[in-house]
Write a new protein. Structure first.
Lengths: 119, 370
């Protein structure tokens, strides 16, 4: 598992990266009540706003962690946003991204670095 | 920015895993370990304990205190019987709202509870206009609210006399060894009690209540979603100096005796405009708003009559997800002609015009013990 400073986790298999938010992020956001996912098939650039989530407190944007094409989104979390609080690093992934060059993942934090990052 | 004030229950909040935030100059719990959604639902199912010690408590004493106070509020204070409490508002000469408050008749004095954010303004207003009365701010007491369907049973375990109180009754009662000023009222739409307790005794009373398995501590986050589901105004968001009682749909709080033809008609700041509007209506009205989708429409969201309308016709003043109604809910101001429940409008959410309908308030029914 790799991590961004935007509190996303990324798990790569065969050039497809599954993206979600970390348990730390879900905890900080509080109860999530709304998730708006992109359309599958959308081509995105790094830092594009691709997902809107709203918690009981406020709205936040989730940014594309890398360049790529969104190949699948997790409709289960827009139907039941509370799943993001229950299992943020498992069933409640957000989208799957096909990327050209998996070596860009090497620049991201590993678990130890992320733990240090969130203190 | 001065130092944030702490209530006497600060340590207890930390013990229960509170996340603290600054609110009106106070360091207050926004949520506890279980989170806003669970706290909200627990309050509606059992009982929630709220620390509202940041609110200002004031005693007014003097000859004819009720008559004197009527010069500042459009409500019937003289007719308020001993042992009863009433919702009121301070009005401005322009007909706006300086604050909303509770007034209790305690027999030999009046007891007021004011919004924390308006404490300074209100106290200055009282001192400037009620020079014949003694205005005493009570700083030696905390204020807690116990709300929810189990509130009566929980409190009755400490003093069965609470069962004899009905909605908006006030009484001095012994609770956990402390002489408390209790009212059967609250800000959640649920049955419940608000309890003024001496600072020194407050932690002990709070612990006695929290020791009951039916009671959980509740933060400001759930307090806000509970009051919004109950259709209750938040001063500074839904009402302020630019909104009048009729615009805010608070005409119900102005009794007949202070209205045109009443024995004590008018005689409060802004009476001309406020009373005329009760008869003639207003250009805009506060309404409930129910978004079609799941996306909450929050305060500041602009409202449009059409999907492609150029000019906003109103805006949202409060908006959140309603845990009990399981959908988003908002309140806001719209032109009187568009205030009918069911009227279709559009809210601008992140550049998209999303459908929203005017809805009846409250979103969740009140369960007061009248």
């Amino acid at each position: 598992m790799k991590y961004t400073e935007e509190h996303e986790w990324l798990e790569e298999a065969d050039g497809i990266v599954t993206v979600g938010i970390t348990a730390h992020a879900a905890e900080q956001l509080g109860d999530i009540v709304f998730v708006e996912l992109p359309e599958a098939g959308t081509t995105v650039s790094k830092d594009d706003e691709v997902v809107v989530i709203e918690s009981v407190k406020a709205a936040s944007d989730i940014l594309a962690p890398l360049d790529g094409e969104i190949v699948e989104v997790n409709d289960a979390i827009s139907d039941d946003p509370g799943k993001v609080n229950e299992d943020p690093e498992g069933d409640a992934w957000f989208f799957k991204l096909r990327i050209e060059d998996v070596s860009v993942l090497d620049d991201l934090m590993d678990e130890a670095a992320y733990k240090a990052f969130i203190g | 920015m001065g130092e944030l004030q702490r209530t006497v229950l600060y340590d207890l909040h930390k013990e229960y895993g509170a996340k603290m935030v600054p609110f009106a100059g106070w360091d207050m719990p926004v949520q506890f370990a279980s989170g806003v959604m669970k706290e909200h639902l627990h309050t509606r199912a059992e009982a929630g304990l709220f620390d509202v010690s940041h609110m200002a408590q004031v005693i007014l004493r003097g000859d004819d205190a009720a008559r004197a106070l009527e010069a500042l509020v459009p409500v019937d204070v003289i007719g308020l019987k001993p042992g009863r409490q009433r919702y009121a508002m301070f009005t401005t000469p322009e007909g706006g709202l300086l604050d909303d408050l509770m007034i209790a008749n305690k027999g030999d004095h009046l007891f007021l509870v004011l919004n924390a954010a308006r404490r300074d303004v209100d106290l200055a207003h009282l001192h400037a206009n009620l020079s014949g009365l003694e205005v005493e701010e009570i700083t030696g007491r905390a204020l807690v609210a116990l709300q929810g369907p189990k509130a009566e049973a929980v409190l009755a375990a400490l003093n069965p006399a609470v069962r004899d109180m009905r909605f908006m009754d006030v009484a001095d009662l012994e609770l956990a060894g402390a002489t408390c000023w209790v009212s059967r009222s609250g800000y959640t739409g649920e049955d419940g009690f608000e309890i003024s307790v001496p600072n020194t005794m407050a932690p002990r009373l709070a612990r006695a209540l929290l020791d009951d398995p039916r009671v959980q501590p509740i933060g400001l986050g759930a307090r806000d979603s509970l009051r919004l589901e109950a259709g209750l105004c938040l001063y500074g968001s839904d009402i302020d100096e630019t909104t009048t009682p009729a615009e805010a749909d608070l005409g119900w709080a102005i009794q007949k005796v202070r209205r045109p033809g009443g024995a004590r008609e008018g005689g409060f700041p802004g009476a001309d405009r406020i009373l005329a509007e009760l008869t003639d209506g207003t250009e805009r009205r506060r309404v409930g708003l129910a978004p079609d989708g799941r996306a909450p429409m929050r305060a500041g969201t602009q409202l449009f009559a059409d999907e492609d309308g150029a000019e906003p016709i109103g805006s949202i003043t409060s908006g959140a997800f309603g845990p009990s109604i399981e959908r988003p809910m908002s309140m806001g101001y719209v032109p009187a002609g568009m205030a009918k429940p069911g009227t279709r409008l559009f809210g601008d959410v992140r550049g998209k015009r999303l459908p929203v309908s005017v809805a009846e308030l409250p979103f969740h029914p009140h369960t007061y013990k009248r």
